[in-house]
Design a protein around this ligand. Structure first.
Ligand SMILES: C[S@@+](CC[C@H](N)C(=O)[O-])C[C@H]1O[C@@H](n2cnc3c(N)ncnc32)[C@H](O)[C@@H]1O
Length: 230
């Protein structure tokens, strides 16, 4: 587990050149959410998904360990009331272990493929103990053998050796679908994009049920405690 995530492309470069490519899928995530939902966006990057969801949600907490990404995200939400939103520079594992809360939804957009293989189970299980539903956006596996598949490979390669290693192990191991099967987590909805290189997967959380991750105490419904802003 890394608490010092940084990439050469983090910050403004990501916000201006990479994140906008996800706007369409972010709009689809927004459509799936009910009005007034409470949301934790893990690995929020520069806050582009949160910008889309903001009007529709009741409360939103966004976290990311990358200092440059969070700096850009903070600038976007500088005038937003703290009762509605919190932006924290924090690793997901740290956040999930040290906070006691409940969210209607956790969103993770293009985060799971970047997590080390041995930590992916832990992340999903921990997330499932604090939310009713988890919405995952990530690469579809197998990747299509077309322009999109090749482009994704190149982008992931350019992200750096550690990132590429994690992406490769993610695809080799069957991506989100296999991960969920191994964890006996129920996929309640799936939306594949066109031309089919990513998908949105909605997963049922295990909050309050047996099977909560041993590493994390089951979250109790005590309202939301916002992350301290470092
Ligand atoms: C590919 S970016 C996606 C950013 C954003 N969700 C989006 O879709 O535009 C992956 C993000 O996950 C974050 N990340 C990586 N490891 C993480 C962890 N352990 N906890 C929380 N976020 C993490 C990275 O810092 C990065 O901002």
């Amino acid at each position: 587990m890394s608490d010092d995530k940084k990439h050469w492309y983090d910050g403004l470069f990501y916000d201006l050149l990479i994140a906008p490519n996800q706007d369409r899928v972010f709009a689809q995530v927004k459509e799936m959410l009910p009005e007034g939902a409470t949301i934790l966006d893990i690995g929020c990057g520069t806050g582009r998904l949160a910008s889309q969801l903001f009007d529709k949600c009741g409360k939103i907490v966004i976290i990311d360990p990358s200092e440059r990404n969070i700096r850009v995200a903070r600038r976007k939400f500088v005038n937003v009331p703290s009762e509605k939103m919190a932006v924290g520079r924090m690793d997901a594992f740290e956040f999930l272990a040290t906070n006691d809360f409940h969210f209607d939804f956790i969103t993770m957009s293009y985060v799971v493929h970047e997590i080390q293989e041995e930590d992916r189970d832990l992340l999903l299980r921990a997330a499932s103990t604090v939310a009713d539903r988890i919405i995952l956006v990530d690469y579809l596996v197998p990747q299509p053998r077309n322009y999109c598949g090749v482009l994704n490979q190149l982008v992931e390669y350019a992200a750096g050796p550690e990132h590429y290693r994690n992406f490769r192990s993610f695809t080799r191991n069957g991506g989100i679908t296999s991960l969920l099967k191994g964890l006996h987590m129920k996929m309640v909805h799936e939306l594949k994009n066109r031309p089919c290189s990513s998908h949105i997967v909605v997963v049922e959380g295990k909050r309050g049920r047996d099977g909560a991750c041993e590493a994390f105490p089951p979250a109790r419904e005590r309202g939301m405690r916002l992350p301290a802003t470092p």
